[in-house]
Design a protein around this ligand. Structure first.
Ligand code: AHR
Length: 335
């Protein structure tokens, strides 16, 4: 009886051992399936995104996700850098280790890229920069770039200010900047600085970064309103910071927009931003187009076909005045 029991026990152990090995095998073959995505003919794209700081950024991530999926022949590895350069650098190093087919990244700042891009170049992986730009002396470190002309966006806003306020002897401006060191901040700031230089009556009474977020935009504006009684213009480097600033102005019982004291200039022209423009809360909104997924895909397809492409490609952008915008413009907006 005891012998039979021991035999049965041994049998149970052998069966469970075989079953476990079977599971391991299954797990391994799942891993293989994933890592052999290349062999299935998928193009593997590693995308290092800045973060999720604004509506613009969310629309940009959505555009990339919708483009680089299995149905279209891609496997996307998306890494959110949470607005930190070091996170982007380690994401790109990870892509190199994984031997992706293409590295795509939206740089959080312009500086700090040469070393990691040298590593990508040594690994023979094409690098596509999207949205913002980097500052490097060696443009062989990236294959190409597609994005916005941020300086032009700033100049567009300033041209509107020059026309709108031409009869005003003096203009007190609050300047809410985006994330310092990013191309979007640098270009939009340069545009305003050039305007201030040209217009002797213009004065920037306060300048600070709101890091492109609504929360920080509100916080900075709360602080400004405690210090300055007269503000004519809020030059705000994105829609989300403008929303935050509006919240602060409402609490402080300050009027703004078309019928208020503080005129607002904003950037991005997202759906919500244009809605605020139509309602007269934002006076002028300069577009920054986030729909880069199809643009990056077109570049990859050209590279796949071995075609030559332009090193730099600027996206066409518009601007919207509260006096002329219509609901139809907003309805036609994809972001
Ligand atoms: O680089 C584009 C900028 O980044 C957008 O204006 C801003 O909203 C975003 O976070």
């Amino acid at each position: 009886m005891k012998k039979a029991f021991l035999l049965l026990l041994a049998l149970v152990l052998v069966i469970s051992f075989i079953a476990c090995r079977g599971n391991d095998k299954e797990k391994n073959s799942n891993n293989l399936t994933n890592s052999s995505a290349n062999n299935e003919g998928l193009i593997v794209v590693g995308f290092s995104q800045v973060g999720a700081e604004s509506d613009w950024r969310l629309a940009n991530t959505k555009s990339m996700r919708e483009t680089f999926n299995k149905e279209n022949g891609y496997r996307l590895i998306l890494k959110d850098a949470q607005q930190k350069l070091e996170n982007q650098i380690s994401a790109i190093r990870g892509f190199i280790e994984q031997k992706v087919d293409y590295i795509v990244f939206a740089p959080v700042t312009e500086e700090g890229w040469d070393d990691v891009l040298k590593e990508a170049k040594a690994a023979g992986i094409p690098v596509i920069i999207v949205d913002r730009m980097i500052n490097t002396k060696d443009d062989s470190l990236y294959t190409c770039w597609v994005g916005s002309d941020f300086r032009k966006e700033g100049e567009t806003a300033v041209a509107w200010m020059e026309t709108t306020f031409k009869d005003k002897a003096s203009l007190k401006i609050v300047h809410l900047q985006g994330s310092l060191g990013s191309s979007a901040q640098i270009g939009r700031t340069e545009g305003l600085l050039a305007g201030v230089e040209r217009n002797s009556g213009w004065e920037v009474v306060y300048r600070a970064s709101g890091n492109f977020t609504q929360v920080k935009g509100k916080e900075v504006m709360e602080h400004v309103l405690k210090q300055h009684n007269r503000i004519d213009v809020l030059y705000c480097e994105n829609d989300n910071m403008a929303f935050g600033a509006m919240e602060a102005m409402e609490v402080a019982k300050k009027t703004y927009g078309v019928n208020g004291d503080i005129k607002i200039i904003s950037f991005d022209a997202t759906h919500a931003g244009l809605d605020a423009t139509l309602k007269g809360k934002i006076n002028y909104n300069v577009e920054c187009n986030p729909l880069h997924g199809p643009r990056v895909e077109a570049i990859i397809q050209q590279l796949e076909r071995g075609e030559k492409l332009d090193k730099l490609a600027y996206v066409e952008e518009e601007a919207f005045d509260a006096a002329t915008i219509t609901q139809a413009v907003i309805d036609a907006r994809a972001y």
